[in-house]
Structure formats: structure tokens, C-alpha cells
Design a protein around this ligand. Structure first.
Ligand code: GLC
Length: 428
């Protein structure tokens, strides 16, 4: 129930921020087409898929299968940077110039409102997707004002990756449920850094900050739709990270980690615990590339006094308003979100699918014991605000968190400043 009320709260925030931005913005109003109102998506022919760097290593295989079946409607991947903020920037610039270079956009769940409100993406025909089959939390992230703008493709939730071999050797039989237990475990295992996450100043820091605050019982935005980060709980959460850097629990170099840097550190055998998304599970189990293949497991994130609160991530597929071959783009999205493709992608990459049935498939559960942990973690995952001005919200969070982690401001000051900024950006 707690997660439902949290979802409602974020939605309220989203709506109010969206209204605020719509009132201030004149962007995109001259770009109206039939498809912006859910009308026909027409035109067939070659298309492109603009996406962040494919860390799964499997995207080209999925596209190849489509291309074999659609010789006249070939899809070409346009790979954007690895860092979520840099991806967004390129997609926004492209949309602002009304470029037709990108047909399908692989949108982070936090960008739907901005792209939909600016009419940079076409409304998708809801009835052509069997949305009852998708995880409701994932579908919600592709909606804006109750209309579907991006089809749920990959979902995501923070997990604790841990070196099971080293815990076993130290006689520790279960992964830690609290931060204190984690630190006690670290004290027993020598020669390896204790913990890391993603602390570079980008979207990943917003995620790690939100998880720390919410895992200590705090909120970024309260049930009343108001930001509420200047609280003792939020301080405890941010201090877990600030003190972690000060004490060496988190290695210094983690301040420049994004997903891939932290994955590489874990795979080199440099970390006992770290927070990561599901995609790394398959990669870190590849013998040869990874020194920790078959030596690690995943668990729910720990928190201050019990299990932590992961953040909901993921990516959805949208159609650029400026793309010529929208009918092909729609079919391509249906193909990528089909059960067959999601299943194939899960098997090859361990990325979290959005189709609910795959989590309960006995064959898949046998192959991927981590699916059960992932499902539970997704059920607890807290969404970030669905705000049109999300970029301003996340920039404020990143600045506050980064200045506290690097010692430029105290935790108290950083959270007081953040509260003021978020108060200006988010009104219930
Ligand atoms: C993952 C998540 C995405 C999040 C990003 C942050 O790609 O799926 O939602 O914003 O990481 O780095």
C-alpha cells in the first residue's frame, strides 16, 4: 500500500509541474499533427532507433531479426552517449530543430512528460498495445495525462550486487538488510573496497541520492505533493553516502562512477558490495571479461533499519513527431515490446522486461534465479517525478548531492538549499 500512495504522490507532483510548465511554455504548439492527438501514424520505409549506448550488447541482434523480416523497412541504430543526461541533451536538440534523423526514441522513463508536453513525440494508439500484460508501474512511466506516448520496453530497479564467495568465506550466510549490517560485513572481509554506486554528477546521482534518502525513511517529495528534503530522515540518508566517502567505506574514485565504471570496478574484484541495475547481471557473469563470474549474487538494497527503497528506472519507446515513416516505427515498437523479443532479450542480456508473465515463467526463473529478487525489488521501486521540467528538478538534486559528497557543502546546507530550489520548481 505504501508504494501505491507514493505513486499517487508522484503523479500529483507530475501533474502540477506539468501544468506549471505548460503555462510557461510556448514550445511546440506549432508542431501539431494528427498523430499528436492520437491519430493515424502513417508512412512506411527505413527508420532509425536513437538510443543510449547499448550496454547490453544485444540490441543489434534484436534489430537484425527485424531487418531480416523487413527488407524494405530496415531499422538502423543511432547510438548516443552512455550518460543519461547527455542522451537527453542530444534528443532534445534534435527535436528542437525538428530534425527527422531519429524515428524511434529510446526514452528514459523520466523524460516522457517533457517530450510529450512539447509535442516532440507522437501519441501512441493505446488500444494497439495489450497494456494489461505489462507491469503497471512501467506503463505509467510511458503515459502523460492518461495518454500513451512511449511503450514500456525495459524496466529497472536498483539491486545490491554482492560477492557471495567472500561472504561465504567469512562465514556470513545472508546478504545485509541494513547499512549497519553491510558495514559489519565489510569489517570482516579484508582486501576489497566495501561499497559503491553511481556518484558522478548526472542522472545516476539523482537515483543514488533518492535511494539513500528513501531507504532512511525520508522522501524527496511528500504525500502532499510538496518537496520535503530538509528532514532528519533525508539527512540520515545523505549522510550514509557523505560519511561513506569520508570513512573510506566508499572508495574515492566512486565520485566519478556512472553505471559502467562501477560495473568494471566490481568485475575487477575491487568491490564487496555495490548498487547497480539488472543489466550488469549477465555481463558480470561472463567468464573472461569478469573476474567475478559465478562469484556474486543480488539482493534487495539495504536501508537504515531494514530493506531499502530502490528507484524505478527503465526505458520506453516513442515515435518522433518529425519522423517520416511512423507506421513502420509503430510496428517496430510492437516488435521490440512483443513477448518473443522481450524473452529473447532477457535471456541474452538480463535486462528487466516489462511484460509481467516473464517474471513468473518457471523456465526463466530456473535460468535466472535473480528474477525473483528483481520482481520483489520492482514491486518496491519508487518512481521519480514525471515532470515536464524534470531536467530542472534533477539538476537541482544532482548539484545538492554532489556538493555534499565532495565536501563543498554540509549535508544540512545542501538539503536546505535543495528544499528551497525544489520548492520553486514543484508546487502541489
Ligand atoms: C538506468 C535507468 C534510468 C536511469 C539511469 C540513470 O538507465 O533505467 O531510468 O535514469 O539508469 O543513470
Amino acid at each position: 500500500m505504501a508504494s501505491i500512495s507514493r505513486m499517487t504522490r508522484w503523479t500529483i507532483v507530475a501533474a502540477s509541474v506539468a501544468m506549471m510548465a505548460a503555462a510557461c511554455s510556448s514550445g511546440g504548439s506549432d508542431n501539431k499533427t494528427d498523430s499528436s492527438k492520437g491519430g493515424a501514424l502513417s508512412g512506411r520505409g527505413p527508420i532509425t532507433l536513437a538510443t543510449g549506448k547499448d550496454t547490453s550488447g544485444n540490441l543489434q541482434n534484436l534489430v537484425n531479426t527485424w531487418n531480416q523480416q523487413h527488407p524494405k523497412e530496415q531499422a538502423r541504430i543511432i547510438e548516443l552517449p552512455e550518460d543519461a543526461d547527455a542522451q537527453r541533451q542530444q534528443m532534445v536538440q534534435n527535436a528542437q530543430t525538428k530534425s527527422n534523423a531519429y524515428s524511434v526514441l529510446n526514452l528514459d522513463v523520466v523524460w516522457t512528460a517533457e517530450f510529450a508536453a512539447n509535442q516532440w513525440i507522437a501519441q501512441l494508439p493505446k488500444t494497439q498495445f495489450d497494456l494489461t500484460k505489462f507491469l503497471p508501474s512501467a506503463t505509467k512511466t510511458g503515459e502523460y495525462r492518461n495518454n500513451l506516448y512511449a511503450a514500456p520496453w525495459k524496466t529497472d530497479s536498483g539491486l545490491l550486487y554482492y560477492r557471495k564467495d567472500l561472504l561465504d568465506k567469512a562465514g556470513i550466510t545472508a546478504p545485509p538488510k541494513t547499512w549497519a549490517e553491510m558495514q559489519q560485513d565489510c569489517a570482516k572481509v579484508k582486501g576489497v573496497n566495501c561499497y559503491a554506486g553511481q556518484f558522478e554528477k548526472y542522472e545516476g546521482l539523482t537515483v543514488n541520492f533518492s535511494e539513500a534518502v528513501e531507504s532512511a525513511g525520508g522522501v524527496v517529495v511528500g504525500d502532499d505533493g510538496k518537496p520535503n528534503v530538509n528532514t532528519p530522515q533525508a539527512k540520515e540518508g545523505l549522510n550514509f553516502l557523505v560519511n561513506g566517502f569520508k570513512s573510506g567505506m566508499i572508495p574515492k574514485e566512486a565520485i566519478s562512477y556512472k553505471e559502467e565504471e562501477s560495473r568494471r570496478a566490481f568485475e575487477k574484484g575491487n568491490l564487496l558490495f555495490y548498487r547497480q541495475w539488472p543489466y550488469a547481471y549477465a555481463l558480470s557473469n561472463k567468464k573472461g571479461d569478469s573476474k567475478v563470474a559465478d562469484k556474486f549474487a543480488v539482493a534487495p538494497l539495504p536501508g537504515l533499519s531494514g530493506p531499502g527503497a530502490p528507484t524505478l528506472g527503465g526505458h520506453n519507446l516513442a515515435i518522433s513527431q518529425f519522423a517520416p515513416n511512423k507506421a513502420t516505427a509503430l510496428d517496430f515498437i510492437k516488435y521490440l515490446t512483443s513477448e518473443q523479443t522481450e524473452r529473447a532479450n532477457l535471456i541474452a542480456s538480463s535486462e528487466a522486461p516489462t511484460l509481467a508473465s516473464l517474471y513468473d515463467d518457471p523456465e526463466l526463473q530456473k535460468k535466472f534465479p535473480y528474477l525473483t529478487t528483481l520482481k520483489a525489488s520492482l514491486q518496491n521501486a519508487k518512481p521519480r517525478p514525471q515532470a515536464v521540467r524534470y531536467n530542472d528538478v534533477t539538476t537541482a538534486i544532482q548539484e545538492a548531492a554532489y556538493s555534499a559528497l565532495t565536501g563543498k557543502s554540509t549535508t544540512d546546507q545542501a538539503l536546505a538549499d535543495l528544499q528551497t530550489k525544489l520548492g520553486q520548481l514543484i508546487t502541489p
